[in-house]
Design a binder for this molecule. Structure first.
Ligand SMILES: [Zn+2]
Length: 253
């Protein structure tokens, strides 16, 4: 049986203890895979994506513990975090710092409590929060529908997109409305059609740029098209959110 070495820690690994990445590299399941979020797509990730995500988790967990968790526990109601999602990692929005944390909780040690890890994003970089559903077969053979809010953050290294579990389409609606309100986006009937088309183009351009950056074929025209597509009339004015987040993150550079 062929043995490989973990591309991160160098440990020798065999078939059952290895995780193959899309670029042909292997990482070990025992140590390195466990440092990644459970929802991180390892199968379609290259080594660079994995190490970027690891750095993201390390930094995010620090920001969560030192800045956001104290706000969550704060008695000052104006500092409160908004908790969103269900059935997996939860999303905490902090309007006073302009930050968003995706928090994974592991209850591994029954006696010693839980451990939490986080990916932290700038609220200003949230460019997509769309409804998505998936039919899955349960162990009893019955098909059930899982509902999600598909989220994507621009200019983000590591895990820039993920699906947040939502209870049902109603809780998705209120989630989307919450973000629309934060960004000052008014989805009136009159501009819905126009915006839908422009938003589609923006997301296509954005996804294309992300792919091109990965493949190393990103060109300047593509970047310009992406920036132009991310129009304030679709995404709201994010100036204040950028300012808040940069002030909050300054201590963590
Ligand atoms: Zn390893």
């Amino acid at each position: 049986m062929a043995k490989h070495n973990c591309a991160i820690c160098g440990a020798e690994i065999g078939l059952v203890s290895e995780q193959k990445l899309v670029d042909g590299n292997f990482i070990c399941r025992k140590v390195c895979s466990k440092k990644l979020f459970k929802i991180f797509d390892k199968v379609n990730a290259a080594l660079g994506d994995v190490t970027a995500h690891m750095e993201q988790v390390e930094k995010g967990t620090r920001i969560w513990n030192e800045l956001l968790l104290p706000l969550k526990k704060s008695k000052d109601k104006t500092q409160k975090l908004k908790c969103l999602g269900t059935g997996g990692p939860l999303l905490y929005v902090s309007p006073t710092t302009g930050l968003v944390a995706l928090v994974e909780t592991n209850y591994k040690f029954f006696l010693f409590g839980k451990s939490q890890r986080a990916c932290v994003y700038r609220l200003a970089d949230l460019v997509q929060y769309d409804y998505e559903e998936e039919k899955v077969k349960g162990s009893d053979g019955k098909t059930e529908t899982k509902e999600y809010c598909a989220m994507m953050f621009k200019d983000t290294a590591g895990m820039y997109g993920f699906r947040l579990g939502v209870g049902n389409s109603k809780s998705y609606e209120s989630m989307a409305k919450y973000f629309d309100t934060l960004f000052g986006i008014q989805k009136t009937l009159g501009n819905t059609f126009k915006n839908a088309k422009r938003q589609m183009n923006a997301i296509k351009a954005f996804a294309g740029a992300v792919k091109a950056a990965k493949d190393g074929t990103l060109d300047e025209a593509q970047v310009a098209a992406t920036v132009g597509a991310l129009d304030a009339s679709v995404y709201g004015d994010r100036t204040e959110w950028i300012k808040k987040a940069d002030e909050a993150l300054a201590a963590f550079r």
